[in-house]
Design a binder for this molecule. Structure first.
Ligand SMILES: Nc1ncnc2c1ncn2[C@@H]1O[C@H](COP(=O)(O)OP(=O)(O)OP(=O)(O)O)[C@@H](O)[C@H]1O
Ligand SMILES: [Mg+2]
Length: 271
C-alpha cells in the first residue's frame, strides 16, 4: 500500500486555537494545516485535547480563541457549509441499536437531505464499500464492534464529505478487523481523495497509514511531521518509541486503561 493520495490544496487550517473550560486550558494555542487527500494522525495521551480539538473543528464546540477554516469556510461564520464538508465517527458508538443497518443509513440520508432518487443507490454502494451488504437488514444490536465501526464510517460518508474525522475508530478491535477497516479507509482515500483526520492509540497504524502525524500533550502540539521525521528527530526506530520519548508516556498501557473505562461505561448504559 502506498501512502495517502495528497494534493497541495489546503483543506484544514487551524490557527492559534485555544479551548478553556472554566479556566482549565484543554487546547492551548495550537496551529496546523492539512492538505486535501492527506491522512493525518492526531496522537496524544488521554486527556491531551484530541476530542476537544475535533469538536471545535466540527462546530460542536465553540473555540475560546483562534481561527479554523474547513474546506475554505470559516467555522465561526459558515457553520452550514462546514458541516456539509465533513463526516464524523465519534469516539463512542452512536448507532441506533434497535434499527437495522439500512435504517440507520436511511435516517442519516434524510437528515443530510440526500436527494430521494439517489438514496437507495448510495446506501447500497457504501454498504458494499464496507462489506456489509449481506447484513443490511439485520439489527445493529447483533453486530460486532468492527461491523458497527464500518457502518458508522459508511453512514458518515452518505453526503459525500471531503473530510472524514475518525476519533479512535479502531479502539478495542482485534488486529484483523483493524486491518480490514484500514484497507477500506485507504480505498476511500484513494478513490475519492477524501481527507482523513484520525486519532488512535495504535501507533503501528498511525505509522503505516498517516502521511503526517501531530502529537498533542497537555493541549499543546509538541511535535509534528512525517513518522520518519519524528523518528529521526528523536533518534528512534519506531513511532511508538518516538512518542514515548516526546511525551514520556507509554501509549499501549493507556489504551488498556482506556478500554476498561469504555467497557465500564458501556455496561452502565441503559438497554
Ligand atoms: N465539556 C468539558 N468540560 C470540562 N472539561 C472538559 C470537557 N471536555 C473535555 N474536558 C477536559 O479537557 C481535557 C481534554 O479532553 P479530551 O476529551 O479532548 O481529551 P482526549 O485527548 O480526547 O483524551 P482521550 O484519549 O481520553 O480520548 C481533559 O482534561 C478533559 O477532562
Ligand atoms: Mg478523546
Amino acid at each position: 500500500m502506498s501512502k495517502a493520495n495528497i494534493n497541495s490544496h489546503t483543506i484544514i487550517k487551524v490557527q492559534k486555537l485555544t479551548k478553556k473550560f472554566n479556566g482549565f486550558t484543554a487546547v492551548d494555542d495550537i496551529s496546523f494545516t492539512i492538505n486535501k487527500g492527506e491522512v493525518f494522525a492526531f496522537l496524544g495521551p488521554n486527556g491531551a485535547g484530541k476530542t476537544t480539538t475535533i469538536k471545535m473543528l466540527t462546530t460542536l464546540l465553540r473555540p475560546t480563541k483562534g481561527k479554523i477554516s474547513i474546506n475554505g469556510f470559516d467555522v465561526k461564520h459558515h457553520q452550514h457549509q462546514v458541516r456539509r464538508s465533513f463526516g464524523i465517527v465519534f469516539q463512542d458508538f452512536s448507532l441506533d441499536e434497535e434499527l437495522t443497518a439500512w435504517e440507520n443509513m436511511y435516517f442519516h440520508a434524510v437528515l443530510y437531505k440526500v436527494p430521494g432518487n439517489l438514496v437507495k443507490k448510495r446506501i447500497n454502494n457504501l454498504l458494499r464499500l464496507v462489506s456489509l451488504s449481506d447484513r443490511k437488514n439485520d439489527f445493529v444490536k447483533t453486530f460486532s464492534g468492527g461491523m458497527r465501526r464500518r457502518l458508522e464510517i459508511a453512514r458518515g460518508l452518505l453526503h459525500r464529505p471531503q473530510i472524514l474525522f475518525l476519533d479512535e475508530p479502531t479502539l478495542g478491535l482485534d488486529a484483523q478487523t483493524r486491518n480490514k477497516l484500514w484497507s477500506q479507509i485507504y480505498k476511500l482515500n484513494h478513490k475519492y481523495q477524501t481527507t482523513i483526520f484520525f486519532t488512535t492509540h495504535y501507533l503501528d497504524e498511525a505509522e503505516k497509514m498517516a502521511s503526517r502525524v501531530a502529537i498533542i500533550d497537555h493541549g499543546q502540539i509538541v511535535a509534528q511531521g512525517t513518522a520518519l521525521e519524528l523518528k529521526q528527530l528523536t533518534k528512534t526506530n519506531s513511532l511508538e518509541d518516538a512518542y514515548l520519548k516526546i511525551t514520556g508516556k507509554d501509549i499501549r498501557q493507556e489504551s488498556v486503561d482506556y478500554m476498561s473505562k469504555m467497557r465500564l461505561r458501556q455496561s452502565r448504559r441503559p438497554r
